[in-house]
Design a protein around this ligand. Structure first.
Ligand code: NAP
Length: 249
């Protein structure tokens, strides 16, 4: 059972830079479950959460692409640690846009992880949280999905789909006691974007996590990081297509 009584914090994609930064902020006195591929190689992340004051840190093998495993994983976390307090869907891949433009298997692999697997996991989590009458979901969208750019349209389309699904799910959960936060970062300087020139208004995993933790505590529905991206993308949506087509990644 849960070591604290408050319900576990489940990080799906337990090696994600942003996910771990958010977990550190939620960890004090909490039970944290890190679900990741190669769960036997999470020592660094476990140590970080213990140092952040977690009451207990558990690891769990998780491959997001294996949709059939989602239901049993959620059930096993609830059985072992009690109703989930917060689930953070931190897994995702950027993929190789150039390759995805001609390699249909790669294009669908990106969409499978970044959209289909998220839809599957969110549906399982929402069902158990709705039954418990409480819980919070954290979804990582991206400005890449707000208006999809030619330069990263495969990843962008998955994020557009995810953002739409999460918005609808948040409305469906209204009044159920379950909250859903959509996090919309811009370019984040970190492992996922290693070697890429930062886009305007970049942020760090720490800044994204700080803003997400704050929005979660306030019960917000969306958070943009940095906040200035919201008005920026309001204007970006109005740009004519011949300009938008040339926008860099
Ligand atoms: N970084 C950015 O610029 C940026 C901007 C906007 C939104 N986001 C979104 O924020 C979220 C977190 O990103 P991040 O920056 O923390 O990236 P990250 O450090 O690269 O973490 C992504 C994690 O997803 C995991 N993952 C990928 N495919 C998986 C699968 N099939 N099963 C299980 N785990 C899988 C990876 O696991 P392994 O360790 O096993 O590879 C990795 O730990 C993602 O949804 C991302 O799209 C990121």
């Amino acid at each position: 059972m849960d070591d604290t009584g408050a319900g576990p914090i489940l990080i799906l994609g337990g090696r994600s830079e942003i996910g771990i930064e958010l977990a550190r902020r939620l960890a004090p006195e909490a039970t944290v479950v890190l679900a990741a591929r190669n769960a036997d190689r999470l020592d660094e992340q476990v140590a970080m959460l213990q140092a952040a004051g977690a009451a207990a840190v558990h690891t769990q093998e998780f491959d997001a692409d294996d949709l059939a495993s989602h239901g049993p994983l959620v059930a096993s976390v609830v059985n072992a640690h009690g109703p989930i307090a917060t689930a953070v869907l931190a897994f995702g891949i950027l993929g190789d846009q150039a390759r995805a433009e001609t390699d249909a298997a790669h294009a669908t692999a990106i969409v499978h992880t970044d959209y289909v697997a998220q839809v599957s996991m969110l549906t399982h989590l929402a069902a158990v949280m709705r039954q418990a009458g409480r819980g919070s979901l954290v979804v990582f969208s991206s400005v890449a999905g707000i208006r999809v750019r030619r330069a990263n349209y495969v990843y962008g389309s998955a994020k557009a789909g995810l953002d739409g699904f999460a918005s609808g799910l948040a409305d469906a959960l209204h009044g159920s006691g379950v909250g859903l936060l959509i996090v919309r970062p811009g370019f984040v300087i970190g492992r996922m974007t290693q070697g890429m020139a930062p886009a305007p208004l970049p942020s760090t995993p720490q800044q994204v996590a700080e803003a997400a933790a704050h929005a979660l505590a306030k019960g917000r529905r969306t958070v943009w990081i940095p906040w200035a991206l919201r008005p920026t993308f309001f204007v970006m949506r109005l740009l004519p297509q011949f300009v938008w087509r040339r926008m860099p990644r």
